[in-house]
Design a protein around this ligand. Structure first.
Ligand SMILES: *[C@@H]1O[C@H](CO)[C@@H](O)[C@H](O)[C@H]1NC(C)=O
Ligand SMILES: *[C@@H]1O[C@H](CO)[C@@H](O)[C@H](O)[C@H]1NC(C)=O
Ligand SMILES: CC(=O)N[C@H]1CO[C@H](CO)[C@@H](O)[C@@H]1O
Length: 312
């Protein structure tokens, strides 16, 4: 029932309503969105929907072109400005909009295009990190591992490369290299970012993970949350966050920030739940995930790492 109504709407009513509004307001749908919707996620998502539903052959080709560019990670630097300018001109031409009269629309549409295809490109960038395996023969990978240790345990030196000490920051055995598995370098980069950019909150979370009752494996849980952040990026749930936070082309840094937020909030949620032991991880993580997904559906979500760090 709902499906056929939707079908009826997109097939017959939508074009009629659009035609009617165009006649009465003199503006096309994209213009009405750009002038009418709040800046940030509400506007960008509406532009994204409108473009995706377009019947125009030129717009369809344009979307394909933009998808190719962002999937191949070529949406950057001077190319980015060229691509955005070209895309906006195509829309102006197809919709017969005068850019001198509607310069606000030109600006606003450009920002939407940057965010929509920047997000798509971000998925490709994050995926490239995820599929890069941790390699203990690679100097750079090894250095990042040591940096992670130094950020989290500044007062304690490592006795060797392979040592039980790694368990103090929540790796499983005496060599972290086997713990990254499906998340590859993305898992390490996420942990490294959290521990360097938010050093105090990260150490605070680490101290919780050492709690005699509520304790858990910091790095292992961290890598599990990398997988959660990555799923949310891929299925589009993180769009609200990115569209509403990003001031320029979305970068991997933004993904790391999203991750840091998730880790910090997960730890808080975990402690609040007062789990009996680590066996409750799966069910508590599911509840956490559903809370986050709910708040991401709200268009005005902005995430920040909590400033108040209190002890348990
Ligand atoms: C994360 O934890 C969940 C629940 O225990 C598990 O099902 C999932 O496989 C884990 N994911 C990764 C990447 O370790
Ligand atoms: C989101 O913003 C709208 C108005 O822009 C407001 O009505 C709504 O209560 C807000 N939601 C939350 C959860 O703050
Ligand atoms: C950072 C940012 O753009 N925040 C915006 C998120 O969305 C709400 C409304 O949807 C705006 O009020 C915020 O300014």
């Amino acid at each position: 029932m709902t499906f056929s109504l939707w079908w009826l709407f997109t097939l017959y009513l939508r074009p009629i309503i659009k035609w009617f509004l165009r006649k009465t307001t003199g503006l096309c749908e994209l213009q009405r969105i750009c002038y009418g919707e709040v800046n940030g996620a509400p506007r960008i998502r509406a532009v994204e929907r409108s473009l995706a539903l377009s019947k125009s052959q030129q717009i369809k080709q344009l979307l394909q072109h933009l998808n190719d560019i962002s999937d191949n990670r070529r949406f950057a630097g001077t190319n980015e400005r060229e691509v955005v300018r070209g895309a906006v001109s195509t829309v102006l031409l197809v919709k017969k909009v005068n850019p001198h009269v509607h310069f606000q629309f030109v600006r606003s549409l450009g920002i939407c295009i940057e965010q929509i295809w920047g997000y798509r490109q971000l998925i490709a960038e994050v995926e490239a990190l995820r599929t890069t395996k941790f390699d203990s023969d690679c100097f750079e990978h090894e250095r990042k591992l040591y940096d992670l240790w130094d950020n989290l345990m500044p007062d304690e030196g490592l006795e060797g490369r392979v040592t039980k000490q790694w368990q103090d920051i929540g790796f499983q055995g005496d060599d972290p290299k086997t713990d990254f598995r499906g998340m590859g370098m993305l898992g390490l980069e996420n942990l490294l970012f959290f521990s360097s950019e938010y050093q105090a909150p990260a150490r605070h979370v680490l101290s919780h993970s050492h709690h005699p009752v509520y304790g858990y494996c910091f790095a292992i849980v961290g890598i599990n949350l990398t997988s959660l952040a990555w799923q949310m990026l891929r299925d589009g749930s993180a769009k609200t966050y990115v569209y509403n936070t990003s001031k320029s082309l979305p970068s991997v840094r933004l993904f790391h920030q999203f991750y840091s937020y998730l880790f910090y909030e997960f730890d808080r949620f975990w402690v609040e739940c007062k789990p009996r032991d680590i066996m409750e991880f799966s069910s508590i993580k599911d509840r956490f995930e559903s809370n986050i997904r709910t708040s991401l559906q709200d268009g005005n979500t902005t995430f920040r790492i909590g400033v108040s760090v209190d002890n348990i």
